[in-house]
Design a protein. Structure first.
Length: 109
């Protein structure tokens, strides 16, 4: 965001204009996504992205149909930072995701 604000400043925009435009264009998408682990039960969400740090985890997401754009229904979150029971897309069968897996899925409401 700061790099973008500096680019606007270099083009002659005021500090105030640059800060407002930078926040609207760069900060808003960040604020609109959360990890699945942060969402409560009964919240319908859409996958925005998934972490690609762990190839095995990425493969697992793909095998379960979890990919950007797919809708998820959170059925239940087990207590104490427990697993999430979710339904992927139009599937009728729920799957269980551990907290680390749920933390690697970024969603929008």
């Amino acid at each position: 965001m700061l790099e973008y604000i500096n680019q606007l400043r270099a083009r002659g925009r005021s500090i105030e204009e640059s800060a407002i435009e930078g926040a609207v264009l760069r900060l808003r998408p960040i604020m609109m996504t959360q990890t699945l682990a942060q969402i409560g039960a009964d919240e319908p969400v859409q996958v925005a992205s998934v972490s690609d740090r762990d190839p095995e985890m990425l493969w697992y997401f793909g095998s379960q149909g979890i990919k950007p754009g797919i809708r998820l229904a959170i059925i239940e979150q087990l207590p104490f930072r427990g697993a999430h029971r979710i339904i992927v897309g139009s599937s009728q069968e729920a799957i269980l995701l551990s907290e680390p897996l749920a933390s690697a899925i970024f969603v929008s409401l």
